[in-house]
Ligand binder design. Structure first.
Ligand SMILES: [Zn+2]
Length: 381
């Protein structure tokens, strides 16, 4: 029996506490993972795979084999980027049939495959030009179609519009029709950030100490009239709309209803599972995911974006899993470009201690050989 095996038996045999102090930090993590896997079922680990048309099929085969062998169970292939589809779509401009190419190979290598789509963002020029009324409007009356906040691509659709709901449902339905596909992954399923993550604010030369009108959405005609119909309140006559609780909840419900009433049923109809990339501080993007009927959530616990240490991942994972009360699994999303291999190990430990059912790496392509070696040692314990 090698020392690793000994550590594992120590953990599973209940002698964990007695021997714990004699273990190296890495062995402690190894023991914790073994214990976690034995109590809550095997970890399920994910990786986002950003669209990349350059590698050959053989190169993808090699990568998929390595990722699976290293402990990745499911990949999220980026196949819709708010302008182009990377699969054969009947209603979106198609760049390449990338999904069709990679899906069978990834499945052959034993990976689950989920199609990762940008949901509320829309940079399709035809739609921007012909349907500007589909886009969200801020409190100053500016539309994201021609005056998006922060960056030019922040053209968010308004989920109150029946045409928008149909448009997004069509994409989900097209994806759900892929027999071999395991699920649909919703990204950007939210409003624009009313307050950006702390570390990102200086990049845009802004300081957001409260909710400012130019980043506060959606005040389009339809949202305002629907809200008035429901509550009797004309939000434009309220002195400080940001402090109105009903208005806040109304906007959370816009996205929740799109998810629960439209997108999840469209995917479930074809037996596909639905996951979503979500914010830990979801209030800032009006994304009340604890209320969603999805099959799993992948909160993006990118500590560097919030000027926080790695321990913050544990706090946020605990908060997230508590908010779900075990109803659906949570997989902690980890931002690899800001984590060296040892920090990644620490981030995985924090996720396990926060009761996550696994982790999701952003992105598979950001992992170095060293990252993979260490990752495998930890999650395969
Ligand atoms: Zn609206």
């Amino acid at each position: 029996m090698n020392r690793r095996e000994f550590v594992k038996r120590l953990a599973l045999g209940g002698a964990f506490l007695a021997g714990y102090q004699y273990l190296t930090p890495f062995e402690k993590l190894y023991a914790k993972t073994a214990l976690h896997n034995s109590i809550s079922g095997k970890m399920k680990n994910w990786a986002w795979v950003t669209v990349d048309l350059k590698p050959s099929i053989d190169e993808w085969k090699r990568r998929f084999a390595l990722w699976h062998e290293s402990g990745i169970d499911a990949i999220l292939l980026e196949i819709y980027t708010s302008n182009y589809a990377f699969y054969k779509s009947a209603h979106l401009p198609v760049k390449e049939q990338w999904l069709e190419l990679l899906l069978p190979i990834a499945k052959q290598e034993g990976l689950e495959v989920h199609s990762w789509m940008w949901t509320m963002l829309c940079n399709n020029e035809d739609i921007v030009k012909n349907h500007p009324e589909w886009f969200v409007v801020n409190y100053k009356g500016e539309s994201a179609a021609n005056k998006p906040s922060y960056v030019n691509y922040y053209k968010f659709l308004c989920s109150s519009r029946p045409e928008v709901r149909n448009f997004i449902r069509q994409t989900v339905t097209e994806l759900a029709n892929f027999d071999m596909l395991d699920g649909v992954h919703l990204d950007y399923i939210r409003f624009p950030d009313v307050i950006l993550a702390e570390a990102l604010q200086p990049k845009y030369g802004i300081k957001q100490d409260k909710e400012y009108p130019e980043y506060d959405y959606c005040y389009c005609d339809l949202c305002r009239s629907e809200f008035q119909k429901k509550t009797g309140i004309d939000i434009m006559k309220v002195e400080d709309p940001t402090s109105n609780k009903e208005w806040r909840q109304f906007r959370y419900d816009r996205i929740s209803s799109l998810v629960n009433d439209v997108l999840v049923p469209a995917a479930h109809k074809k037996n596909k599972i639905v996951t979503a990339a979500v914010f830990p501080n979801w209030e800032m993007v009006r994304q009340q995911w604890p209320a969603w009927n999805v099959d799993g959530v992948l909160p993006m616990l990118y500590n560097g974006f919030y000027n926080k240490g790695i321990d913050w991942i544990k706090t946020q994972t605990l908060k997230g899993t508590a908010s779900l009360s075990g109803r659906i699994p949570l997989y902690s999303g980890l931002f690899v470009p800001q984590l060296n291999p040892n920090e990644l190990a620490k981030a995985i430990e924090c996720s396990i201690e926060g009761n996550a059912q696994g982790v999701s790496l952003f992105s598979a392509q950001s992992m170095s050989a060293k990252h993979w070696t260490l990752f495998k040692e930890i999650v395969r314990s």
